[in-house]
Design a protein around this ligand. Structure first.
Ligand code: SAM
Length: 131
């Protein structure tokens, strides 16, 4: 079952089981916080940063990053996951979620240059393997 259909088999508010669990093996609190800490460390967000989160899924990670940046846009292909993100995690006007292919989003969004940081946490198996 792919990442588009798998989340629909879980409770709507099982935020961490949906995307993070398949990626990390389980969704224990320890793993969850290790992941958040690691992402924050790598991103090195500054207070004025505007973050683009490509493949943001249900947006569960986003509120952990909101305090570190001035703006956030999460983009995901899945209409279902974006619906959940908008319901539970959006904080307009600066912290928003969009249902789109990421490549199309950056082509058509107003002022793409305003994004100063990018995050892309995707499963390895979506990339073609080298033979
Ligand atoms: C493993 S989930 C990660 C979700 C989120 N980053 C997290 O850590 O919880 C990968 C997500 O990437 C999205 N995705 C895959 N290809 C995409 C694309 N071309 N544009 C936007 N989103 C994409 C999927 O719909 C899925 O929600």
């Amino acid at each position: 079952m792919g990442y588009q259909e798998y989340p629909k088999t879980l409770p709507r508010d099982d935020f961490w089981g949906r995307c993070v669990a398949p990626l990390w093996g389980d969704a224990s609190a320890k793993r969850k916080w290790l992941l958040v800490d690691h992402i924050r460390e790598q991103l090195r967000l500054r207070p004025g940063d505007i973050l683009l989160d490509i493949g943001c899924g249900n947006g569960a990670l986003a509120p952990k990053l909101f305090d570190d940046c001035a703006g956030y846009a999460g983009v995901d292909l899945s209409p279902y996951l974006i619906e959940v993100a908008q319901e539970f995690f959006a904080d307009p006007p600066n912290y928003l979620f969009f249902n789109s292919d990421a490549a199309e989003f950056v082509e058509f969004v107003d002022e793409p240059d305003r994004f100063t940081r990018g995050l892309c946490l995707l499963p390895f198996n979506i990339y073609p393997r080298k033979r």
